[in-house]
Design a protein around this ligand. Structure first.
Ligand code: NAI
Length: 368
């Protein structure tokens, strides 16, 4: 049976990277019925609203979305589309895995960086509660609740247990914000005590930034309140090639939206130059979320191989190929990985549906 997924192509380069990603996902053979809906500037022009009701209706029905970047007009009282979707759908986890893509040239290319960031997505200084007390004095409220902190801590540790990760680091500034960040830490500690097999430590956010730059390979999972999470996510993305590469996911109890974290890149929109890697890597996460772990691993391996062989890379990562040429290269590699796995399956009939066994993993890694 086909999976139902809401596709929001978005603005600027959004439709180009979304189409490339749909083709790469379809190359894996997973059946997906895409419900295409518009949000952003195109929706504003067509319906007079940045997020028409049909977007929420579709996400209510499918519960899973793949989203390209959308432009939010500055001024005019428009709420950011991403903030609106997170609030309405209760997407309290902002998840960003950060790993070195083999072959991609970065300052840190020789380090085994493989971390994942869990950023609380609903409160903290992003609650939008600001007011002027008297002329010249403005107050912005930092809201930290036990409920939201427990949810993000639990999501982090559950992921650690499920994926066999070794360590969770909570990042904070509780030495200064004793009550608010103190509550966040208390929730992380309480949760850590229920997962004794997972190592737990804490770092003050400024020290964490320095350690991330000096010893990024020592980090595993990071859990942070919203503001530090936003900043540290981009710092970490910068270690492995920037926002054009890393994927993102907004996750709640009932819904999930997978999206690239870069913007609409108006300077290159419509020119066929956009790099679809970040949205393709978001689709890797989406396939795993849909239970298609094997197809997810195949798509990830195909992207890795394209980079490892520096085949058809786009301009932003030092190549001179188009979005189309890069996409074709990924699709060819998906085909090659699938053939190789089929060979392994035929030698080893005990197929593992929910993931890859050791021989299959080795086979994928050999090609990378
Ligand atoms: P941007 O990420 O769109 O662009 C920054 C630079 O990176 C540009 O030079 C652009 O060409 C390049 N770039 C970005 N993604 C690329 C890709 N996939 N391939 C190749 N080059 C890429 O950031 P900017 O200019 O600050 O924002 C432009 C618009 O995007 C704004 O309207 C902003 O509101 C929106 N935006 C939307 C986001 C979302 O929907 N998730 C996130 C960030 C910004």
């Amino acid at each position: 049976m086909a999976h139902l997924v809401t596709l929001i192509p978005g603005d600027g380069i959004g439709p180009e990277v979304a189409e490339a990603t749909v083709r790469a996902v379809e190359a894996t053979g997973v059946k997906i019925e895409w419900d295409r809906v518009n949000a952003g500037l195109r929706a504003l022009a067509d319906f007079g609203r940045l997020i028409p009701d049909e977007v929420f209706a579709s996400l209510e029905a499918t519960r899973v979305g793949l989203k390209g970047p959308t432009a939010t007009p500055i001024g005019g009282g428009h709420q950011s589309i991403n903030v609106a979707l997170r609030k309405k759908l209760g997407l309290y986890v902002n998840f960003r895995p950060v790993r070195i893509v083999p072959g991609l040239k970065t300052r840190f290319q020789d380090l085994p960086i493989d971390m994942a960031i869990f950023r609380e997505n609903t409160e903290d200084l992003y609650s939008g509660l600001e007011h002027e007390i008297v002329p010249g004095v403005v107050e912005s409220l930092k809201i930290i609740t036990r409920d939201a902190s427990m949810k993000i801590a639990r999501a982090t540790f559950e992921y650690a247990r499920r994926e066999g990760r070794a360590k969770v680091t909570a990042i904070h500034k509780a030495n200064i914000m004793k009550l608010s960040d103190g509550l966040f830490l208390t929730c992380c500690r309480e949760t850590a005590s229920q997962f004794p097999e997972i190592k737990y430590n804490e770092l003050i956010v400024d020290n964490a930034c320095m350690q991330l730059v000096m010893r990024p390979e020592t980090f595993d999972l990071l859990v942070l309140p919203n503001l530090y999470g936003d900043i540290v996510s981009d710092l970490a993305a910068g270690l492995v090639g920037g926002l054009g590469i890393v994927p993102g996911a907004n996750l709640g109890d009932n819904h999930a939206i997978f999206e690239a974290v870069h913007g609409t890149a108006p300077d290159i929109a419509g020119k066929g130059l956009a790099n679809p890697t970040a949205l393709m890597q978001s689709a890797v996460l989406m396939l795993a979320h849909l239970g298609e772990r094997e197809a997810s691993a195949r798509l990830r391996s195909a992207i890795d191989q394209v980079y490892a062989h520096r085949e058809c890379l786009t301009g932003d990562v030092g190549g001179d190929s188009t979005t189309e040429q890069f996409t074709e290269a990924v699709i060819r590699r998906v085909g090659a990985v699938t053939e190789r796995l089929n060979e392994v399956y035929s030698r080893q009939p005990a197929k593992v549906d929910s993931g890859l066994d050791r021989a299959q993993r080795r086979s994928l890694e050999e090609d990378s």
